[in-house]
Each structure stands twice: as structure tokens, then as C-alpha cells.
Design a protein around this ligand. Structure first.
Ligand code: GDP
Ligand code: MG
Length: 176
């Protein structure tokens, strides 16, 4: 059987670890400084529940409260990973702004989303509790994972979670 193609966008405020999560997943390493302005697409083949996937991960340069939701990200994507850092209240606010814009752009039906709280290794600097993250994800009916790209904790789980969310919606790109 040919592999199923899945195209996923990584979105979130700057410096939350979007690139680090992708590079940890695709290359198995933690890079301490990665050019924050690069928009790159990474491809990885993975097998999950006896299905072969070709996963295309589109790393965005990041969004803030003033960003207009990029039109190209509203089309052609199977799912979205919305990342904040557990050390940054601002990044938690931004993820909610991105979500609202995303739903406006994509339309009203269910969009496969995983909410990710990254940097769990920095527990002394934690500003957003696990409960707060969970609650937001429940409100969205999205999956929720806390990760550490640095320690490679739950990084694979998070990418499996988005593939499962997409599977639940049958892998159809949501109608506009
Ligand atoms: P992006 O702008 O969202 O792509 O963020 P980057 O992946 O470039 O990461 C921003 C900074 O946070 C870099 O200095 C990373 O090394 C650091 N970083 C990313 N993930 C983690 C993590 O899980 N733990 C810690 N301690 N630092 C991280
Ligand atoms: Mg980046």
C-alpha cells in the first residue's frame, strides 16, 4: 500500500520550540540555536498502527497577536500543531489568538489540532499549569501533550497525536 501523505503546520509564538520539536522528531537531536526566520518543510516516513505515513511538517517562522493568518496555511493542510511554552504566558495567549484566526479561515467544522505545551524541563520557570493547558484543549476538542524538545520527552507522542486526530477526521482536508 502506498503511504498516506499528511501535511501538518507547526504554529505558535516565536521561541516556543517549534523548530526544536520538529528537528528532535525528524533528526533525533536538539539544536540550541536554529535560525528563527527560516520556514522549512521537513519530511519523515513513520509507521503507526500498521499504516505507513509520509509526514510533511511545515515549520513556520511564528505568529504574534498582529499576524494575519497566512492564507496558504488555511489550505492544503491535514492538521495543525499549536505550540506554546509552559514558561511563557504570552505564548499561551498567542496560541488562543492563532486558534481563533485558524477557525475563521478554515471554516467551522472540526479541524485536527494538537495543543502542545513545550519546555517541561524548565519546571522552575513554569507559568502555565498542566491543568490550564488541558482545559484549553478540552474547550477546543483538541488533543493535548506537554513536551520537552530538549530532553526528547513526549515528542514522538505529540506527532502521533496529530496523526490520530487526522485519522479521526478521516484524513480529509477540512472544507472551507
Ligand atoms: P521556535 O522559534 O518556536 O522555532 O523556537 P526554537 O525551536 O528556535 O527554540 C527557541 C529557543 O528555545 C532555543 O534556544 C531552543 O534551544 C530553546 N528550546 C526549544 N525547546 C526547548 C525545550 O524543550 N527546553 C528548553 N529548555 N529549551 C528549549
Ligand atoms: Mg523556528
Amino acid at each position: 500500500m502506498p503511504s498516506k501523505q499528511r501535511k501538518i503546520a507547526m504554529m505558535g509564538y516565536r521561541s516556543v520550540g517549534k523548530s526544536s520539536l520538529i528537528i528532535q522528531f525528524v533528526e533525533g537531536q536538539f539544536v540550541d540555536s536554529y535560525d528563527p526566520t527560516i520556514e522549512n518543510t521537513f519530511t519523515k516516513f513513520i509507521r503507526l498502527n500498521s499504516t505507513e505515513y509520509e509526514v510533511k511538517l511545515v515549520d513556520t517562522a511564528g505568529q504574534d497577536e498582529y499576524s494575519i493568518f497566512p492564507l496558504q496555511y488555511s489550505m492544503d493542510f491535514h492538521g495543525y500543531v499549536l505550540v506554546y511554552s509552559i514558561t511563557s504566558s504570552k505564548s499561551f495567549q498567542i496560541v488562543q489568538i492563532i486558534y481563533d484566526k485558524l477557525l475563521d479561515m478554515v471554516g467551522k467544522i472540526h479541524v485536527p489540532i494538537v495543543l502542545v505545551g513545550n519546555k517541561t524541563d524548565l519546571h522552575l520557570e513554569r507559568k502555565i499549569s498542566t491543568e490550564e493547558g488541558k482545559r484549553l484543549a478540552e474547550k477546543w476538542k483538541a488533543a493535548f501533550v506537554e513536551t520537552s524538545a530538549k530532553r526528547n520527552e513526549s515528542v514522538t507522542d505529540m506527532f502521533h497525536a496529530i496523526l490520530s486526530e487526522i485519522e479521526r477526521s478521516d484524513g480529509h482536508i477540512p472544507d472551507k
